[in-house]
Write a protein that binds this ligand. Structure first.
Ligand SMILES: Nc1ncnc2c1ncn2[C@@H]1O[C@H](COP(=O)(O)OP(=O)(O)OP(=O)(O)O)[C@@H](O)[C@H]1O
Ligand SMILES: [Mg+2]
Length: 397
């Protein structure tokens, strides 16, 4: 049997350069249109990012590139994804497009109120996949506080409560949902050329980690990270009229930098869940996390205190390793609901490593109960949306 061979990258790029960029007249690679090229045994793919207005112009280019890629790579699975970024300027741009600039009609005057709401990074159009009711971000200002653990278990808990739930791993720099959910298959494209999310644990799941090989260089940066998110929201078959989705949970990358801010602004979020640990330093981060969403006018659904305490192995009594209740006090002081505390459990860490959502095991441990009750509270908040809608930019006549 012939062994699967990895196609030569240089040969692939040279072949793609024979496909013309209709705008610049240059080859695709020379024009900078070959982004995030992945070439591996039996698979090859890349992304073309163009301005939204150019999407139709580039559709045949995508098809041609796919045909060329199939021929030169000899790979069985070939995928070229065309991503149309609102506000993007495509290949001819000297600088990467700033994904967050508001385009205001020429001559339009903004009301003073709208002007006050406009920050330089206000979104052009908030993204929300069709037939998805709520999009909820799970975020933290600091890394390693258990955001992905909470996002996965919260999503599974909501599914266990009877909702149709999706999980989007938007941590383009260090996706951990593939490992935590035990999935590593490659999503297929459906007839509409949308990626079909993987299904497990009662969830539909998509992660950049399914598309990029582990160990492959993470070249997703700034605008590319942002367009990868676009793609994962718009080019994934999350839901349909026949099979709508109640909640799409987004596991955000850690931090409150530009990337996170952009994500928070571009996606039509119903609300955000901020995860923290009880240490003093982490609590400062709760403030930063809450402030980020306030800046972007996203309602805070609440704060979760993770690793809140360590249950005494013999008595089960809480041992507050980092002090206790700090996140609750901080949440209250900030006027954000407190959603609950999750203890440190060795079995929970083990489950993450084994690729099983802990809550799915159905045990009646404190952590499982906490995830279910947090899920109930989040659903309750979403169902009774006294939540402020995100602000709209208002044009005066
Ligand atoms: N309550 C808990 N008890 C025990 N282990 C936990 C708990 N919460 C998280 N962990 C473990 O801590 C580690 C970090 O968790 P996780 O990856 O969810 O954090 P994160 O905030 O998403 O990190 P990153 O910022 O890198 O995305 C993981 O190994 C996870 O298994
Ligand atoms: Mg994470």
């Amino acid at each position: 049997m012939a062994e699967l061979s990895t196609p030569d990258r240089a040969a692939v790029l040279a072949a793609l350069d024979r496909v013309r960029d209709p705008k610049s007249g240059r080859g695709l690679a020379a024009a900078g249109l070959v982004q995030a090229l992945v070439v591996g045994p039996d698979r090859a793919g890349f992304m073309i990012e163009v301005a939204a207005a150019d999407a139709a112009l580039y559709a045949p280019v995508r098809d041609e590139a796919e045909a060329v890629l199939r021929k030169v790579s000899g790979a069985g699975k070939v995928q070229v994804v065309l991503t149309a970024a609102a506000g993007g300027t495509g290949a001819s741009a000297e600088r990467p497009p700033d994904p967050g600039i508001v385009r205001v009609r020429r001559g339009a005057r903004l009301s003073p109120q709208a002007q006050a709401q406009m920050s330089p990074a206000q979104p052009t159009a908030a993204l929300k996949p069709a037939n998805v009711r709520h999009v909820v971000a799970v975020a933290s200002a600091k890394g390693g506080v258990g955001k992905s653990t909470v996002a996965l278990n919260l999503a599974v808990a909501m599914a266990m409560l009877g909702r149709r739930v999706g999980l989007l791993d938007a941590d383009v720099y260090g996706p951990s949902i593939p490992r935590m959910s035990g999935l590593d298959a490659e999503p297929e494209l459906n007839a509409e050329r949308k990626l079909v999310p993987l299904e497990a644990w009662g969830l539909k799941i998509m992660s950049i980690g399914f598309l990029v090989d582990e160990g492959a260089p993470m070249i997703w940066r700034g605008p590319i990270a942002s367009s990868a998110l676009n793609q994962m929201l718009n080019d994934v078959a999350w839901a349909s009229e026949a099979a709508p989705m109640d909640v799409l949970v987004i596991d955000m990358p850690p931090g409150t930098g530009d990337v996170q801010l952009t994500l928070a602004q571009r996606v039509a979020l119903s609300g955000a869940v901020v995860v923290s640990t009880p240490q003093e330093v982490a609590l400062i981060d709760v403030r930063r996390g809450v402030a980020m969403f306030e800046k972007t006018h996203v309602p805070i659904l609440g704060v979760v205190e993770n690793m809140a305490y360590f249950p005494d192995p013999s008595t089960g009594e809480p041992i507050p390793i980092f002090g206790r209740g700090g996140a609750k006090t901080t949440a209250e002081a900030l006027g954000a609901p407190f959603l609950g505390e999750i203890p440190i459990e060795v079995a929970l860490r083990q489950a993450c490593d084994d690729g099983r959502p802990f809550v799915a095991d159905g045990g009646d441990s404190a952590a499982s109960k906490a995830f279910l009750s947090i899920a109930e509270r989040v659903l309750d908040a979403l169902d009774h949306t006294s939540l402020k809608p995100p602000p709209r930019i208002v044009f005066e006549d």
